[in-house]
Design a protein around this ligand. Structure first.
Ligand code: 5GP
Length: 144
């Protein structure tokens, strides 16, 4: 999948947005959905996606992008106060050669904990749903 091409309405995140696939939700409004990454690189690895379809940052409407990054900041602040990481990585990949594996725009929020190794991107182990739900409950409580 190069940088160019058509949006595939059957990508995993489109299915999650339609409710055809489950997710452990953190936040939702008319524009944005945020949920736990099911193959987390660290405890609390969270994804933030726009509801409006686009493949990557380059083909996204600037207003959608602006709202998305603002929500990403708010959710990262909630992760900071609830999970108390020592650092937070925010990443976003464009095109398969850059590491993108799901072709619906998303920001990763990846908490870093001192003395804890990061799992590799898109090759991690699937997390236990109960564990993700526990983390999501803490983050959601900090969003209120
Ligand atoms: P990308 O590689 O496109 O930047 O990131 C895609 C992310 O989606 C990866 O971190 C991967 O772990 C995550 N992911 C892939 N499939 C699913 C899924 O079915 N549910 C959730 N919640 N995350 C997924």
């Amino acid at each position: 999948m190069s940088l160019d091409g058509n949006y595939d309405p059957d990508n995993i995140f489109a299915k999650i947005l339609r409710g055809d696939m489950p997710c452990v939700k953190i936040y939702e409004d008319d524009e944005v959905l945020s949920f736990m990454d099911v193959f987390p690189q660290s405890d609390g690895h969270t994804l933030v996606i726009p509801k409006r379809p686009s493949r990557n940052l380059l083909d996204t409407n600037p207003e959608v992008l602006s709202g998305l990054i603002q929500k990403t900041q708010i959710i990262a602040q909630a992760i900071k106060s609830s999970l108390k990481p020592d650092g937070i990585i925010i990443t976003q990949f464009n095109g398969a050669p850059a590491g993108q594996t799901v072709f619906h725009l998303h920001f990763h929020i990846i908490p870093r904990y001192e003395n804890s190794k990061l799992s590799s991107h898109a090759h991690g182990q699937m997390a236990e749903m109960d564990h993700l739900s526990g983390l999501a409950a803490k983050i959601k409580a900090a969003l209120k």
